[in-house]
Design a protein around this ligand. Sequence first.
Ligand code: 6R9
Length: 651
Amino acid sequence: MTSSLETEPVSYPPAEEFAATANAGSELQEAADADRLAFWATQANRLHWHEQWTEVLDWKGADSDYIAKWFVGGKLNVAYNCVDRHVIDGYGDQVAIHWEGEPGDSRELTYAQLLAEVSRAANYFTEIGLTAGDRVAIYMPMIPEAIVTMLACARLGLIHSVVFAGFSSSALRQRVDDAEARLVVTTDGQWRRGKPAPLKAAVDEALAKGEHSVEHVLVVRRTESEVVWTENRDVWWHDTVANASDQHEAQPFDSEHPLFVLYTSGTTGKPKGIVHTSGGYLTQTSYTHHYVFDHKPGKDVYWCTADIGWVTGHSYIVYGPLSNRVTQVVYEGTPNSPDEHRHWNIVEKYGVSIYYTAPTLVRTFMKWGRQIPQAHDLSSIRLLGSVGEPINPEAWRWYREVIGGNKAPIVDTWWQTETGAIMMSPLPGVTSTKPGAAMGPLPGISAKVVDENGVEVVLGETEANGYLVLDEPWPAMLRGIWGDTERYKSTYWDRYAEQGWYFAGDGARIDVDGAYWILGRVDDVMNVSGHRISTAEVESALVGHHSVAEAAVVGATDATTGQSIVAFVILKASSEANDELTSELVAHVARDIGPIAKPKAIHIVPELPKTRSGKIMRRLLRDIAEGRDLGDTSTLVDPSVFESIREKSAN
Ligand code: 6R9
């Protein structure tokens, strides 16, 4: 299609050398095909069960409000699986966490030390009267105590609700209220770009007005920022948890005991509290972390750059990796603090071998220039991962070449807060990869691409676009929306109620080779003159132009064509905005995809509005493109970005 695509390989087969030692082999898919439930039973046996289950899956679809039960009757302790087990097996001295603070301080926690910390926190939580099923809000930066708190909750059967520390006090309050948290764990402040910023103050503000459920606020000292103290409610971690006993015996909980609630935004203003439970969730996070990342305990140094405020942090920093006895890097700060070399300095310092990040960061690295990573020895990296949005082929190739030394396989992992764990991804050493494709469902996972009526799109046809559905339950699937069964059913199950399929909300395409391409959220798929065009496709074309650093595309309502394509573009520092360049970009897209994909308008902007998890807020860009008033912008990193975009797009 594009000039670059003509000269670059369309598919990258696994290297023999990698395949020779890969965790995954073709037998994995064969086993899943032969007997899907037996396959999942095998995966569940990766874990330690205090009591064996009697049935792998109990699924009644609509008759049980679409709430599955996995490993029925089984009992386990999630924290025991992530910590104790490794110490008992003789790996107490292995480093679990290489923690790197933003200002340059660092800490190392072995599994034995992690066990002591988690035990102390569990003892203190018990001392203040928390019991299994109670909710705990965690509002903390990326410091070891955040992970310790999550594990201490899991150990006691307390349900944690991690609230991203970049969220506002009102967002925190909304989540605390919805889950009726009894305890909030926070820090005095957090480091951001070399400066301490208050954090406990936001908790105080959140709890300042009206009745609430919070009885205790536990504060970790991190920045030495001054804090206001509420007697009988606030306590320091170093005065309490630190003095508690480091001996604690983990009790088993039912496989379906809730592990956590994590809020994610939906189509309405009120965030949805996605509920996950224990046995199935840990089985699938553990399985996927082992095979998708080809993780070798004791050898690899793993780094997932997510924040624990998002599901990626839950599943691929805490539960999946620790259950597999990972040695991992946890970094507190931003990638350009103190400068753009930070990530590569960390990779060199710890010899990171597996690196998992988001396409938006890859594109940022591209914008900063390849000379930055090239100033470092990145030869320890042997596998790269991508998550969060479709990765455009341009960024994929750059990632492979510049970060992966032209040899590290890339796993493009598709999944959601709701799915709990990775659902689609190539298996390294097994699957040939195509830049920009999540390739297909993992062994044990079943997915289809269907039209509005549930008719499967025909494999191999070029127009085989449709909606992605999951037609069989999976172990890590959500078990509902906290306190709102109706919303759970209507959001995910009503659309294909007749078939009993989970509607993922994403569009997808299956190409002639059977590879799955995720086209983005369904509302991001545009319809121009009856042709379906993905915003991601046009963005990818724009980013493929040498002047463009980043692009966001939306479909704006158009009286003639249904929708028209409006693009917002950030230029590379070396390029200058002018009418000529704009016309050239339009022509470039026409060349790359076809005249039908030509943007009707291109706005050159200094920044794009992004959620704190790094997703471009297309809904808001659509509002701008269609001249509407802006709705709620409270989840944005920097709402002022809008003003500059509005100014630019007004002319
Ligand atoms: C894990 C996570 C979920 C949505 C999902 C989809 C998009 C995630 C993707 C991807 C294309 C990938 N998404 N991974 N799209 N390729 N590899 O990001 O969870 O924050 O709930 O977002 O993100 O649109 O539906 P969450």
